[in-house]
Design a protein around this ligand. Structure first.
Ligand SMILES: [Zn+2]
Ligand SMILES: [Zn+2]
Length: 219
């Protein structure tokens, strides 16, 4: 079994979309249908990958703008945490506030994830859901345990953390999520975030100023 990951940085907010494929079956999971459905489809088509599942880390508009066009194009089901449903409904109104032109309503979720950790599987791809709210309600990080790779969405970034000044943001809750769900992982776990460049758990442990200056223990 071989896995391959591709990422694209797309849209007005420069958000990362990740395609994870089983290169034997050429089936792929998309983490965050961020924007520009055509670019994402093209990236999948290049390697003859078929997107079989669309996952969202959270419902901020820059992570779900392409959910409906991608669902239509691929017929893949769309999963998101149950606490994201309300925010999802507000995406078209939010887009207007941010001055984006008319955007399609986000896809209707086909399954609602819960706060309980579970394994989502597609062929040889196994993603463990880690409930990491604080940046947004219902935020989920996806951990590929076998490969030592974490998709952290907008919870943990290289040298930074998710902003908590948007509706649903909660700084203490975010810190608790980061410390109890993410920083318990090994130092060599690669972190692929929703924005900016990749990092590792080890690097963030010793160099992330937001984690170093936090005076609680996250519990
Ligand atoms: Zn966000
Ligand atoms: Zn974002």
């Amino acid at each position: 079994m071989t896995l391959k990951i591709k990422y694209l940085t797309l849209g007005a907010f420069q958000t990362n979309a990740y395609l994870i494929a089983d290169t034997d079956t050429k089936n792929a999971i998309l983490i965050d249908p961020v924007d520009n459905a055509d670019s994402i489809l093209e990236a999948a088509n290049e390697d003859e990958w078929t997107i079989k599942l669309i996952l969202a880390t959270h419902a901020h508009l820059d992570h779900v703008l392409a959910s409906q066009p991608l669902k239509t194009a691929t017929s893949a089901p769309f999963y998101i945490h149950e606490d994201c449903v309300e925010i999802l409904k507000q995406v078209p109104a939010q887009a207007k506030i941010f001055g984006l032109s008319v955007v399609p309503a986000p896809a209707e979720p086909d399954r609602l994830l819960t706060s309980e950790s579970e394994i989502i599987e597609l062929d040889s791809i196994k993603l463990k859901t880690l409930y990491t709210p604080g940046h947004a309600d219902g935020h989920i990080s996806f951990y590929m345990e076998n490969e030592n790779i974490l998709f952290s969405g907008d919870s943990l970034f290289a040298g930074s953390i998710g902003r908590t000044d948007l509706p649903g943001g909660d700084y203490n809750l975010l810190m608790r999520s980061i410390f109890t769900q993410l920083m318990v992982l090994d130092d060599d776990v690669q972190v692929l975030p929703g924005h900016m460049q990749p990092t590792t758990i080890g690097r963030e442990r010793v160099a992330n100023p937001f984690l170093l200056s936090y005076d609680g223990d996250g519990t």
